[in-house]
Ligand binder design. Sequence first.
Ligand code: HEM
Length: 434
Amino acid sequence: MVPLTLGPPKARPPEGASLVPGVGAVTLVPPWLPGRHFGAAMLCYALGAAGLVFIAPDLAHRNFFLPRVVAVVHLFTLGWITLSIFGALCQFLPVAIGRGVRSVALANASFVAQTLGVVGLVAGLSLSSRPLLLSGAFALAAAFATFSMNLIATLLPVKERNVTYWALAGASVALLTTPAYGVVLAFNLHDGVLGDRFSTVGQHAHIALLGFVMLVIVGVAHRLLPMFLLSHGASERPAWAAVALLSGSATSLALPVGGAPRLTLAGALGCAGTVALIAQAALFFKHRKRSAIDPGMRLAGSGLVGLAIAVVLAPLSLTRGMGDPRLLTAYFMVLLGAVTLFVAGHYYKIVPFLVWNHRFGPLLGKRKVPRVVELYSERVAHVDVALLVSGLLGLVIATYLGAAAVARAAALVFAAGAWLQVVVIARVAQKRVA
Ligand code: HEM
């Protein structure tokens, strides 16, 4: 594995390529492509946080199947998490697997379909409109399928089939199964086509989270965490195990046959895969050369702690199911909150790095340029970490205890953190050479 560092580039890149510090010369996508994904994702993050304040009492009353709750859930899952992942993949595929995304036009098409789909799905759920809900679900299915095909076309010619390669290959399959369940669930909301709605929702959510989101986290974090933490020499074995176990879990979840034993197997594989993911990340943290942990990595680390809590809650909450809605709601909040924090942490690393690379990097040696960490106030970012983590923790506890007013107050603290982060990152994105 190439050792990755964030030191300044030492030589000029060849024509048409950019020097990525620590990686070398690679052809990067035009900055507007990840930029527009990240911009739309941040908007969904801000709106989702506002929605969370609104629906917090519903969560405390365990009404998580209400359409308005499902709408807020998808502002986070499809808006914040998925758009961030698509944008990050567009930007980091050259670093992660040595090849840029196969088609920029297709990546842009999936971006357009994804944003229209989020608007349609959220509006359809909020206004109880069947046409809007279904058109949103179909647009999202098109976006996921387009991104998956683009990803597969990018992966096919790659020679070095490393952890990241196999993680992304697995994720590209889950990108096809996730919307298949999503579309059926959307039909079911108005037409009642499913016998067991609740089990189907559980399978849909876990295929999306284990098979798509976590596999991408394993693959991409495998390159980014060592770079951001200045970590060298960690074993890669847990990551290989995570890829195999999470893929196995998502595959068993997607199979149409097998009944309860299949779901038990999927649950066991999913928990083991998540533990392997956490173990790999912990190794990266342990082997880091820099002892201080910056706000971005602190948030990502908090997300990993959240995933560990979700693994503990999963067996009990998923076996009790609708028999214990309090625990089930808390479990889903911990799981989605953990991924939300992990993604949020990476914004503090990725956006300043991209802005520096595009606007300041080319001027290095010609004039005085700020360092990447000087593009935002670390003190403010630490306050942000405290708001996001304490808000989420308070929300989960208040929900479990059924305390609606406390849940709303905690959601407000979390939302303050999300809005603060949006402001900080938007200001970083506007930084230019004076
Ligand atoms: C690809 C497009 C998607 C569509 C069309 C879709 C659609 C839906 C629908 C209609 C429901 C409501 C089911 C019901 O209450 O009966 C639902 C629930 C859910 N989905 Fe999705 N979904 C998609 C992607 C995702 C992704 C990527 C994730 C996670 C990363 C996700 C996580 C969830 C969760 C956690 C629930 C349960 C929410 C709750 O009950 O409050 N979905 N989805």
